[in-house]
Design a protein around this ligand. Structure first.
Ligand code: GLN
Length: 309
């Protein structure tokens, strides 16, 4: 179904766009540095089919950390929650997403949650399959099911750019391997993880994934249960407690919806029982969240009382 351009969303985008000048595009992954900091777009997908939008919603963005919540859902289906949470915790950190500090001070050295890089690397390690290729294809197939878009794939340039510069993530992997939280070849795991982060789609697809989480794992278009309600619930809870990194508390107070952001400037939101949101605004604040995207959600949440609290 085509997405209708919305005057209301356009007005909110114009208002929120003013904040892009206070943000900065991520460039620690060199290929992401090419994004235009002034971009801002949004799509909202309702359960009964219609979609409304503002801005350039055709533009493809890489998922980056948004992929963490999707790989978590897949791994929970693959292995069950008891197994998964033996290797990764359930608590927010208060530290930046790529921090190694807590790994060293916590005993055992298990990452605090699956939304920080250390935890996400453990989750990616748990994706089942006989080879990197098979594991990656299983994740992509799952995402194609969630978006209902068989063309979803990954951006080779972004994956390569991150793979070549992921020194900190390599350090996290070696730490995890030393402490027997993971046991695979670090380069192989990074190959899979950087491809996962480079999976790309537009805001509409992002909103479509959001609506599946919002509707407890049911695809409202095909009416299929894509993931068990309990897994959708676990993922949404992590989105609330850890989805916006170490800004999740403030986000919960000011906006109050489950959401997951990525350093590409994407945000996927799931308003329980109501709709899914996909946002792209690559100018980031100092914590790595889309600065204008958060403003846009703040305006939207205030206007339509979206907070679940
Ligand atoms: N691929 C990125 C990384 O590991 C994802 C981080 C993010 O979006 N916060 O650094």
């Amino acid at each position: 179904m085509p997405c209708q351009s919305s005057d209301e969303l356009k007005a909110l985008v114009i208002e929120a766009k003013k904040y892009t000048k206070d943000g900065k595009v991520a460039d620690y992954i060199p290929a992401l540095g090419k994004a235009n900091p002034k971009d801002l777009s949004i799509a909202i997908h309702y359960p009964d089919g219609p979609c409304i939008s503002a801005g350039d919603i055709e533009r493809k963005i890489t998922l980056q950390s948004i992929s963490k919540v999707i790989s978590l859902a897949l791994v929970l289906m693959d292995r069950g929650s008891d197994y998964v949470f033996d290797y990764v915790g359930m608590e927010p950190t208060g530290d930046p997403f790529n921090s190694i500090a807590k790994l060293e001070t916590m005993i055992p050295a298990k990452p605090l949650n699956p939304m920080i890089n250390a935890g996400a690397l453990v989750v990616t390690h748990m994706i089942k399959g006989k080879s990197i290729e098979e594991r990656f294809q299983r994740l992509v197939s799952f995402i194609r099911e969630l978006t209902n878009d068989p063309t979803v794939n990954y951006c080779e340039e972004v994956a390569r750019s991150e793979f070549e510069t992921a020194h900190l993530n390599r350090a996290l992997c070696y730490f995890l391997k030393q402490h027997k939280i993971i046991d695979e070849d670090v380069e192989q795991l990074l190959d899979l993880y950087t491809k996962q982060c480079a999976i790309e789609m537009n805001c509409l697809d992002l909103a479509k994934i959001g609506v599946v989480f919002a509707m407890d794992g049911v695809d409202p278009v095909s009416r299929r249960q894509i993931m068990p309600p309990d897994i959708a619930r676990i993922c949404k809870t992590f989105m609330v407690t850890c989805g916006m990194y170490n800004a999740s508390g403030e986000f919960a107070i000011k906006i109050g919806i489950p959401a997951k952001s990525g350093v590409s400037g994407g945000i996927m939101g799931a308003v329980p029982g109501r709709f899914g949101i996909g946002i792209f605004g690559p100018a980031l604040d100092e914590k790595g969240n889309s600065i204008a995207g958060i403003k846009l959600l703040e305006l939207l949440s205030a206007k339509h009382s979206l907070s679940m609290f």
